[in-house]
Design a protein around this ligand. Structure first.
Ligand SMILES: *Cc1c(COP(=O)(O)O)cnc(C)c1O
Length: 374
């Protein structure tokens, strides 16, 4: 095996090293320093929001956005069942209950048509997730939210740079969160960002992330806060990544194009879509194996691993996980169930070459035929 093809590797080909060295040379390595401020300013400019608030990761970003919106015990928050577990866990951290909604069969995002039925007097808000980089259909969701007085948080962890009707995702809900984990569109190693246009919400989130300390009175803590801060070193990496963000996004889209060319005519698969009026950033190029059982899908993953190709199964739907199983009956989520058992993400690192994608696709078809005909 000459080379192992990873699903998503960070690419640090800009000023990352230079800026990190600057932190070390100047000893600004903790959560103060000029890169933090610069990264937040430039991130806000990129998303076109008034505020961008850095924090330690995407999960703490979700927790802060929920706390900032006043979520607590006895509240219900509507979320997609098909998401990464952090979306559900952040709701649970607040003592609130996640209420799951099934996915759309084409975009794999939360199905707007199924939301209204899940609203009760306890419902406080909706978290939408732009899954694998394809924007959620926001208009009908904002309409429902306005009708019932709910907030909308966008979980844009996988979708930095994606656009919905000409607007960047992360600028449409009352607030949004981004993940800067090593495998996301851009990275700070571990890191998160919250964007909003709401001044009051931004102040509240800043207070919560910094131990709840009054900005004008040292060691005076009017509320119980958290230490959810990002370090200047992380922000330094983030500044360098942001300088090249258009390139990082273009690579994801280039790779998706290569996969479409190779796999389009292969009718054993369902490929991701690109709906009208949106820009999909294809965080991970992800497909469904149409007639596969979960066991067969897993055999394909194993077979590709043996050939030096890493693939990832889709997330198990939230309603299937032990902490959340009791909340719903699994039969309510036919689409999420199908995604969980037939889905697979292919290598999507920005530095993949056309030859590598060709090799991956050839191997994929071969392994798939072997598994499905045994
Ligand atoms: C990655 C991810 C998160 C969590 O981000 P971390 O930075 O890993 O904490 C949250 N939601 C979704 C949809 C994600 O993919």
């Amino acid at each position: 095996m000459d080379k192992y093809h990873h699903v998503a590797q960070p690419i640090l080909n800009g000023n990352e090293k230079k800026y990190v060295m600057d932190c070390l040379d100047t000893t600004w390595i903790s959560s103060n320093g000029s890169y933090i401020h610069r990264f937040e300013q430039e991130f806000a400019q990129f998303i076109h929001t008034k505020h961008a608030i850095s924090c330690s990761n995407g999960t703490t970003a979700l927790h802060l956005a929920l706390l900032g919106n006043g979520v607590g015990e006895n509240d219900e928050i509507i979320i997609p069942s098909f998401t990464f577990v952090a979306t559900a866990n952040a709701v649970a951290y607040c003592g609130a209950t996640p209420v799951f909604v099934d996915a759309e069969s084409d975009t794999w995002n939360i199905n707007p048509l199924l939301i209204e039925d899940k609203i009760t007097p306890q419902t406080k808000g909706i978290i939408v997730v732009h899954i694998y980089g394809h924007p959620v259909d926001m208009d009908p969701i904002i309409e429902i939210a306005n009708k019932y007085g709910l907030f909308v948080i966008e979980d844009a962890a996988e979708a930095t740079g994606a656009e919905y009707k000409g607007r960047k995702v992360g600028s449409i809900g009352n607030s949004a969160i981004f993940s800067l984990f090593g495998n996301k569109i851009i990275t700070t190693g571990e890191g998160g960002m919250i964007t909003t246009n709401d001044d009051v919400l931004a102040q509240k989130i800043k207070l919560l992330k910094g131990q709840g300390m009054d900005p004008n009175r040292r060691y005076w803590h009017p509320i119980i806060g958290y230490n959810y801060r990002m370090t200047n070193i992380q922000a330094a990496i983030g500044c360098a990544q942001l300088e090249n963000i258009d390139w990082h996004i273009e690579q994801r889209i280039r790779i998706a194009g290569l996969y479409y060319n190779q796999l389009r005519s292969f009718d054993a698969l369902t490929l991701p879509v690109q709906k009208d009026e949106v820009k999909n950033v294809y965080w991970l190029f992800s497909v469904l194996i149409n007639d596969a059982t979960e066991g067969q899908r897993n055999e394909v993953i194993e077979g590709l691993h043996m050939l030096g190709i890493e693939t990832r199964p889709f997330f198990y739907p939230m309603h299937a996980l032990p902490p959340y199983q009791h909340l719903h009956s699994a039969s309510e989520f036919p689409v999420a169930n199908r995604l969980g058992s037939q889905g697979l993400s292919l290598p999507s690192s920005g530095n993949l070459t056309a030859e590598e994608v060709q090799f991956i696709c050839k191997s994929f078809k071969q392994v798939l035929l072997d598994v499905m005909h045994n």
